[in-house]
Design a protein around this ligand. Sequence first.
Ligand code: PBG
Length: 337
Amino acid sequence: MRPTQASFPATRLRRTRKSPAIRALVAENTLTAADLIWPVFVREGDNIEEPVTSMPGVVRRSVDRVVEAARDAADLGIPAICLFPYTEAQNRTADCAEAWNPDNLSNRATRAIKQAVPGIAVMTDVALDPYSDTGHDGFVVDGEIVNDATVEALVKQALAQAEAGVDIIGPSDMMDGRIGAIRSALESAGHQNVMLMSYAAKYASAFYGPFRDAVGASNALKGDKKTYQMNPANTHEALRCIERDLSEGADMVMVKPGMPYLDICRRVKDRFGAPTFAYQVSGEYAMIMAAAQNGWIDGDRAMIESLLAFKRGGCDGVLTYFAPAAAKALARGTALY
Ligand code: PBG
């Protein structure tokens, strides 16, 4: 049956907007700390927190400080933390060998967090860009980012991360076939319970700029990533990527960036019903923070509104640099939306 046409004055849609209590009662979507995954940048050293200029409020932390951050996040009810290493120049090489070093920065941070804060899930990134002298996510041969040799390296990187104890591996490289290859290697090595969150629909985006500063990759990157990351003009291709990665063994899928791609989030959730995440990337964070710092928008309200939009768009959760700030704002409990 078609809904009957609303007729005035019997239908006054403003009645359900009348007070905070009534608005809360009829809210279709909710945002909680449990929806958030917090990406953090890790660097060498002890007792260091170093600001990332293009991401106000975000720092690179030494491992000891990352452990403290993980504890704070767990106390705020944030279920997962995602590690990104800032790699020193000597560990960026053509063979990318540091990527599968069992004692690399990311693996040391994983072990330290799992030991000290067992209650928080640890996620890591699989891609060669932090370890490559070209800044690309794969090996470069004669100017081409080669697929299959890269996948072999990604498998080694993923196995080292699983050995270190990660809960969720996030391949962000966009090579073909990597989910299947990593899934079967994990099975053979006895890591049946390690989850894969595929960066399945990852677009070649200008919004990654501040992240590349944060991990020290912006000077390294030669050229662009358009031969492996998706064209922002496409939608059906994103669904094909998601379908393929789910069939190869992904447990959860991600759309990235977030706010400019909510149409993709909605279609992915409706079509596949799989656990669906979006990454509110560095440039999205930087835009909101820059406008807030200038007094042009209310930063806290824009933060919460942007995160709620992901829930409305069908996402089960969001990777966001706002995670601790959002969790604190939600805990204060004033009506934020
Ligand atoms: C690297 C990777 C990138 C991001 C996450 N993993 C950058 C890129 O693809 O160049 C971006 C995250 C952000 O901008 O916040 N494979």
